[in-house]
Structure formats: structure tokens, C-alpha cells
Design a protein around this ligand. Sequence first.
Ligand code: ADP
Ligand code: MG
Length: 647
Amino acid sequence: MAQEKFTFQAEVSKLLDIVAHSLYSQKEIFLRELISNASDACDKLRYAALTDPKLTEGDNDFRITLIPDPKAKTLTVADNGTGMNHDDLTGLLGTIARSGTQAFVDQIGKKKDQNKDGDGNKEKNDMALIGQFGVGFYSSFMVAGKVEVLTRKAGEDKAWLWSSDGKGEFTIDAAQRDGRGTDVIVHLNKKDEEYLEPIRIETIVKHHSDHIGIPIVLKEGDAAKETERTLNTASALWTREKKDITAEQYKEFYHHVGHTFDEPWMTLHNKIEGVVAYTNLLFIPSSRPYDLFHPDRKAKAKLYVKRVFITDDCEGLLPPYLRFVQGIVDSEDLPLNISREMFQHNPQLAKIKSGLAKRILSELKKKAEKAPDEYEKFWENFGAVLKEGIYEEPENRERILALARFKSSETDGLITLDDYVKRMKDGQDTIYYFSGDNVDALMESPHLEGFKAKGVEVLLVTDPVDDFWIPSVGEFDGKQFKSATRSGADLSGIKEDGKSKDKKKDKKKDEDKDKGAEAIEPLLAQFKVALGDAVKDVRASSRLTDSAVCLVAEDGDMDIHLEKILKQHGQLNSTELTPRVLEINPGHSLIVGLSERAKKGDGKDKLINDAAHLLLDQARIVEGEPIKDVKAFSRRLSAVMESGLKL
Ligand code: ADP
Ligand code: MG
């Protein structure tokens, strides 16, 4: 059969170009990546052999062999794993298979755009990104002018030779190989010949790959005198005693298992001897993975049974709200011979899942108590995800609520719900919250004016999930949650604190307000007629101090921010708006003036009608809502300005 020629998928070419031309300081990671792939290939075959033992017949001992050849200037990474057939080679090594690599290329693309005006830092950025993502197989082109892959898939007769110089094309030839598995033959560049030296290889393996569960063997010498030496400890890391594992080894394992490149923020290594025996070695990352809010929301921990890798796609292992957790769970007590799909309904697995969730939450609690600053970093990264558990998993609701941290209108730091309740004012029986897109905008909003004036604390929440869990929980410690944008958020029963020093003046202010509220009745009536169905009601407000108007939701109606989120996600018809209550501030000079005019007028005053609509539009703008009828808005605005000129 003649040689076949292929071109790489465009993204791969881009990637190869970056990899080959970056003077990456840690080139040695190419070896870690190739060993990692070899180990994955053995894991895959071991699993497949559970149902088809013929696949590993005659060769049951998995191993990875490293063969430096000083004459040929090649370093070969060989494995007896699952191998690849022709389709695998074109699919897996010609395109970007893993979404992580795709994300890497996207990031590079973005950085390139940002650098169009040329700050000269492009190279540096690219390299930092390679460090962040790792690029698997392709990283071998950092040290090689040519890479060959001689491979034969388990259970098949044909072998293939894939070859490329990493410059846009690769070829595939029919070939010969004794037995299944893969040799990756790295033709080292002149300047990278250090990777032929046994000492160098050994150091890299010890440093980056010691955690690999199968032997990594170094083959030295020639046919006349060949020696073999195992370089790693060669037992699965999680089966070792905690005291025998260094922080560095945990970290390398975390990088391998999670395809991540940051430091683990927390490491949980436990052996459980309960009704179901299992070991977990789990990690919480120190930075957000790029796909945290990917719609499929799957947890990623890998499931092993008796050291055999089963799946990294096991929905029943960890709940979706813990999907940021990386690592492995290995159980002695799960059956080896059932299909991956069956695991999801296995009662023992359900026990493991519930045990893991409790352990993770309790470790988080400990950390929050012992190292609050560190905990806040975690919360910034993953709080939005953890909060999903409040409504998804009622059995852990209280635990997660205790872990939740909040920004608030009264402090710069983060507070807990307990803190909030302890700081509630005399006469306050409600936990007020205010949801929106960002804290700065919330702090500027008219809705907070009354709360601020009275020193009543409001939780400021900005994650979309907040609009779901808060209504679903309803209360904490016997206190109702209530949105600051609700009409029922009535502060009159709450006593002022020492904040406002001049009590007399405050009292007078309140009396003025009450008087004002009566005085504006005629104005309210005329506004109601003018606005008709556009509002649910027009009322005097006790929450406003500086602004003239604001929109609030009637109790029982949908929360204003929730409505916005649902619309953004196409869950609600975007042209339909729930009519709101327009609250007006009787103490505001504009309202006082309009009110005087309304009392004297005949109820058909055009200026007051225009003002009603303009003020409603203004309140909508403050909410970040678009103006419904832009033409009418401009006409009224011009009319009002003209009438101002006539005065
Ligand atoms: P990743 O390991 O993250 O999937 P890589 O770029 O390292 O990405 O590898 C791409 C794919 O090529 C792997 O997912 C695997 O399917 C295949 N592959 C690479 N090396 C081997 C190998 N030694 N044996 C079998 N398959 C391999
Ligand atoms: Mg890989």
C-alpha cells in the first residue's frame, strides 16, 4: 500500500507552529506528556480487557519503556497499551481531539488579537499558555524535527507508521510491529540531545512521572549488552501511605489526572473502610478551569475499581455542584464486570457519592475556619458552582449555606449568613438581598438608598444561581429572605441605629415624609391614569432618599433580576415585561413641585402626563432595561425641555 499524505486540521497547524517556535523553558515536559499518554493507553486497554480478555492474552504486564538511541539520536517512548489503528491515527493525531487543546488554541487566538497593536509580548504570552494547558502529544515537537508513531491496535493485525515533521502535514504507511501498543519515536534536534542521557531521563521521570501506576523502564546499551531499570515507584499513587508521598508528587499526579497546570488548592487523600471501602485522592484547583460553566455540567473525577480505570464520565460519582473537583476514586467493593452506564445506578456508588460530598464539604468548613483568607480565594473561584448544591441537594443544604460567603452593602469584606443575622437591627426580621450583574451597579441603585440611610445591611448577590437558590430556600434561621426590589421591603418598623447622629432631625424627616405621602395623593392618581397598564401601581416610597423614582416588584411577582436572566437565556418572551410598581419619593423636590401642580390642575395636565412616562422610562433605564417606546420618549423629553424654556 502506498504512502498516504494528510494535512493537519488548521488548529493543529497553528498549535504546532507555536509549540515549535517557542523557546519554552520547560521543554522537558514533552516526556511527561508522552508517558502520560502511554499510561492512559494502558488504562484503556485494561478496561477493555475486562469484557474481552483476549485483547491482552499472552502479555498481561503493562509497562512503558524508554529507549534512548545515541546513534540514531532518537528517544522512543513505547507502551503495550491499546494502540491505534488507521482511523485513530488520522482522527486523534491529526485533529484536536481534546477540548482542552481546543480551548488552548482559542486562547492563543484571543491573545494574538489583543497583541495586534504589538506590545512585543506575544511570545511570552504563548509560553505562559502552553504552561497552563499543556499540549499533550504535540509538545514532542518542541524537541524534535520529526516524530514517528509506530502503532498496532490491540485485537488487530495491521500496524501503521505515522510520521510528521510538525509542519502542516503527516503521512501514514502500513508497517510491522510485534504485538499491540505504540512506539513514539522522537527524533531529537541537535540542541536537544540532552534527552538521550540516562541521568537526564531518570531525573525527569522521577520528578514528573513517579506517580504513574505501571513501571517506566529505561532500556540502555546495545544488543550485545542491554540493561533495564525501572525508574518510578510503579504503584498507583493513591495506594501508597500518605506519609510516603511528597507535595510535589501529589501535584504531579494532579496535573496528570486533571490535565491541569496550576497548584492544587486542596488535596484530599482518604482511605475509607466503611460499608463500601474506597480510596479517594481528590483535588480542588487553585484557579477556575475554562469549562466550569459548560452546559453539560459534569463532574470529572475518575472512577477506578480495584486499581482498574473504569471511566472519567461517571455521573454518579460526584454531584454536579462539585464539578470543579479533580482526581480519582478507587473502590474495592464495586463490581468490575458491569458496564459504565450501569454504574450510575449502583447503590454502592450512591453511598460513595454521598460520603465524598460530605467529606469535601466538611474539609471546606475546616479550611474556612482555619484560613479564612485562603478560603475566600476558593469561594471566588467556585462559590457560584457550590451554591447550585443548595437547591440540588437538600441533604447538604445547611452545610453549603454555612459555607456561603456574601458581599454586603455595609462592609467591604465577605460575610456569612450567620454574620448577617447577628448584625440585624432591632425590629428587623428579614434578610434583605439585592441581585444584579455587579456590585458597583447595585451599590449605586436607588433601591438601596433607604437601606443605607437606616444602616440596614443588604446582601449583594451577582451570580445567576442566586436568583434561583434564594427563593427556593426561602429562609435562614427563621428569617425570610426578601429582595430589596420588592414592594414589601418596608423599613418603617426598623429602628435607626446610632449611624444618624441627629435623632431629632431624623424624626422630623420621617414626619415630613408622611405628610408628603398624603400630599402627593392627587399626583399619584394622575400618574396612575397616565400610565395605565404600563405599571401595576404607583405608590409613595419610603425607601428613596436621593432618587425621584424606582421600580419595585409586587410581592408574589417575579423578581426583577430573575426576569432579566430568564430573558437573556430565552426562557421568557423578551418583549413581555411583568408590570412593576412605580415608587415615587414624596420628599424629592421634583415630586414636590409636580405634586403642587397636580393639586391645582384639572387632572389633564399634559406636563404631568409626560412627566409620568418620563419618570417611568428613567426608572427602567436605571434597572438596565431598554426604553419601550423610544420615539415617544424623545417627543416627551423635547416637550418638557421646551416648556422649561417658556418659563
Ligand atoms: P490527551 O492525552 O489530552 O487526549 P494528547 O495530545 O496527549 O491529548 O493525545 C491525543 C490523543 O492521541 C489521545 O487522547 C489518545 O487517544 C491518542 N494517543 C496519544 N498517545 C497515544 C498512545 N501512546 N497510545 C494510544 N493512543 C495515544
Ligand atoms: Mg495526553
